[in-house]
Each structure stands twice: as structure tokens, then as C-alpha cells.
Design a protein around this ligand. Structure first.
Ligand code: 5GP
Length: 195
């Protein structure tokens, strides 16, 4: 997605060779126009897949799930993160290791909002090590629902998240795929798009 790639080049801050800061437009201060375009791009990819629910994880996936679900005309659901979940009987839960925080947490979704009839599109802001998205895939599996695919706004293709998701049989659509980055030379994308 050219609009997104241009914005990452313009406003993204490469902190290290593995961490990209995008909090002026994607995940702290948020550009709503760009967010709606991102939602449309995910929705367009999935338009014939009969999606009944868009699933993400709090907090930085929520606005992308909202924009995608709005375009598709379906509800969205965000998994909640907690240090430890005690009462789990009404919940689908799984454990996820956070790349940015370097700690594990529990992710949960109420059984009331996801079931075997659902066709789920998962979206999130970043695909890095893939652990967050794999956690959501596991939640969909626990619900017995059908996973239509995964949409990542930014994929750091030099990390192993895509390989892990592909090994789990998941179809991935990333809007900006970063081949490499460094504070000195900036960001290089895979499949530079012209549109
Ligand atoms: P994972 O490693 O599980 O694929 O990434 C989990 C989460 O870490 C992402 O949803 C995102 O919120 C955060 N994350 C991973 N890499 C980066 C990064 O380079 N920059 C920012 N801002 N967040 C990241």
C-alpha cells in the first residue's frame, strides 16, 4: 500500500534495526484517514470470504479492526490482555509473549462472542515474531471458527512471524512489508507498490 509506505518513510522513526516507531500516525496519535484506508484495503482482500467477525488484540489493533469491520459491515472483537486470568470457564484464553515488553501475558475472548459458525478475519498493527497473531489464531481454533486470514498493517519481514504463521497454514496479507531497516539508512520495503 503506497500511501502507507510513503507515510512510514516520512514519519516512521527507525529506533534500532528491529524496532520501528510509528506513534505519530499509527499506534499512539492516530491518523483516522489513513486508518480508514487501511481498513478498506483489508476489507477488499476479504470481501468474498463471507467474514462474520474481525478479531484483533488490544490496544493498537483496535482502530484497524474497527475500520475493517466498518467497511465489511460486521462486528469486530478485541482480545483482552491480562497478566493472569483466574476465571477462565467463559473465556477462550491463550498465552502470548510480547516482543516489545519482553514478558508473557494471557489473551482472552468471551465465548459469548465467537463460535463455530463464525468466519474470522484477524488484523493487527505489526507482524514481528508472530506471537500475538498466533495467539489470536489459537483463540479462533478454540472457538471452532473458520479463519479466513490475517492482515498485518506493517510486517517486519526480516523477523520470523510470517514463517511461523505460514507453517500454521494461515494466509497473510501485509500492507507494508519491511525487508530491512536501520537508523542510518531508513526502511527498505519488499514489493514496492506503485498504486
Ligand atoms: P509479535 O512479535 O507478536 O508479532 O508482535 C507483537 C506486537 O508487538 C505487535 O502487535 C506490535 O504492537 C508490537 N511490535 C512488534 N514490533 C514492533 C515495532 O517494530 N514497532 C512497534 N511500534 N511495535 C511493535
Amino acid at each position: 500500500m503506497k500511501l502507507l509506505q510513503d507515510r512510514i518513510r516520512q514519519d516512521g522513526q527507525v529506533l534500532t534495526e528491529t524496532v520501528l516507531k510509528v506513534d505519530t500516525f499509527l499506534n499512539h496519535q492516530v491518523d483516522p484517514m489513513l486508518t480508514m484506508e487501511i481498513g478498506k484495503a483489508f476489507a477488499q482482500k476479504a470481501e468474498s470470504a463471507g467474514v462474520t467477525k474481525v478479531l484483533t488484540i488490544e490496544a493498537s489493533g483496535i482502530h484497524f479492526a474497527m475500520a475493517t469491520a466498518f467497511t465489511l459491515g460486521v462486528p469486530f472483537l478485541y482480545a483482552k490482555k491480562k497478566k493472569a486470568v483466574t476465571l477462565t470457564e467463559d473465556l477462550y484464553t491463550t498465552e502470548v509473549f510480547s516482543f516489545t515488553r519482553q514478558e508473557s501475558f494471557q489473551v482472552s475472548v468471551s465465548k459469548r462472542y465467537l463460535n463455530a459458525e463464525d468466519r474470522v478475519l484477524i488484523v493487527d498493527d505489526f507482524l514481528a515474531t508472530g506471537d500475538a497473531l498466533l495467539g489470536l489464531v489459537e483463540i479462533v481454533r478454540q472457538a471452532g471458527a473458520t479463519l479466513v486470514g490475517v492482515g498485518a498493517v506493517v510486517e517486519k519481514s526480516f523477523q520470523d512471524g510470517r514463517a511461523k504463521l505460514e507453517a500454521a497454514g494461515v494466509e497473510i496479507h501485509s500492507l507494508a512489508r519491511i525487508r530491512s531497516m536501520s537508523p542510518e539508512t531508513g526502511v527498505t520495503f519488499i514489493e514496492e507498490t506503485l498504486t
